[in-house]
Ligand binder design. Sequence first.
Ligand code: LLP
Length: 486
Amino acid sequence: MSDSTDNKEGSGFMGSIRRLSRRLSGTVLSADSRDVKAYLVRNDKRNIYSYDGEDQLKVGGIVLKELAEEYGTPLYVYDANRLVDNYRLYLGSLKNVKNFMLCYAVKANPNLALLNLFYKLGAGFDVVSGGEIARCLAAGVDPAKIIFSGCGKTVEELTVAVKADVQCINVESWEELDRIEAVASRHNKMQNISIRVNPELNLDGLSHPNILTGSGGHKFGVPIGEAVAIYSRAKASASLKIKGISCHLGSNIDKLEPFIEARDRLLALADELRQELSICVEHINLGGGFAAQISGASAHVSETPAADTIPQWVERLAKPITERGLKMVLEPGRSLVADGGVLLTKVEYVKAPPYGQQHPIVPGQLKGGHEASAGLTTEFKYNVAGPICETTDVFHRDLVLGQKLESGDYVIIVDAGAYGSSMTSNYNTRNKPAEVMIHDGHPTLIRERETYEEQFKREKLVLDLKLKSLNTVEEAESQEDLNNAA
Ligand code: LLP
């Protein structure tokens, strides 16, 4: 993708946005994760983008065309107000739920500016690697606000966490328990822990199978049947202090029932621990996983919870927990940031398929527009694809638009704030995109676009590499003779 645009009247950004907005009332593409895409047909008030009287598409009051011109594309654009609103939705429940800790799941979007924003709002942080701990510290986060999960913690990562006095480490296995104990003992620390149990629920069909974690056989956590035994082992340690019980079911789950079921299993376990081992846990951590508040349906989210259901869900989940004097911890990621960002992209090519065939294109027109009889809108059908050398690099198939897309047009992919930027890769040696946050009507570049030099700088040539070059067929053959002779 290139970083600038020809902005001829009627084409380019303005043209495409006018067309998209007029004809489709704000129809845009939505990507709520890397390969789960949705198509929006609503432009309700929850969207962070809007059109002004001149049909200019804006986020947070800033015209996207201007951002594209200044910072290039592809560009992530976040609306700080929406992130704050989403956070407050969770906190809205606080008037009824006093004993509640909200930890932002850093993996959803780890940009320092977002971490700092949530920290200023009072959030805790759920991290899963040494890198995420380092990011939190770089964003000014107090380690006492950090909960460390993740199923492959290294000795180095645990040492950083223990020495920094993170609030709690969620233990994912028996082996990890031994390791944490050894690290804590080596540094003369008493480390707070919680065991992440796998509640082994039937979660079939509740989300994309690759992002479910709370069914039997998943690599995360300790099977709930072994929980009493591992708590008993932890209790015997002189370097570990038991604080809670944790779980995480998966991501993008749009039903409350599985969370309730998991909560009840964890509360039953808390009772068992008290009765059998005299262990009194202080918190129940139900992980993250609420579906994002996007305004359209996606492959795995039939009804996205309405914005105001979050406080109700939190309240319903918390009631029996807090009634026992325990604290509830939640670790939302997607539902805090997904609808707070868009990905601003530029159409490079509109590729026509061979007649009658469907053909992945970049982005491409699958079906030519047909002139319908008077009064009906012409429709164009597209597969919107990226440039990556993978057949899965498609944002949306069979997207029906009321207007042709042209090279140089801009398209925004909405609800791209979660697991978008954080899951970018350098495959095909493409630079990672820039990111901008809009706050109080001002854009701030919160991540510069990567450069090729930055990508190569840790790579080295082997300077004494001596290879015989095979320039001709004769040379190749003689080399083969030599090889055969050898
Ligand atoms: N807590 C733990 C321990 C987690 O593993 C996760 C997400 C969360 C909290 C936050 O879940 P959320 O509220 O964001 O659903 N890469 C995937 C998403 C993976 C989510 C992994 N764990 C994607 O492409 O959508």
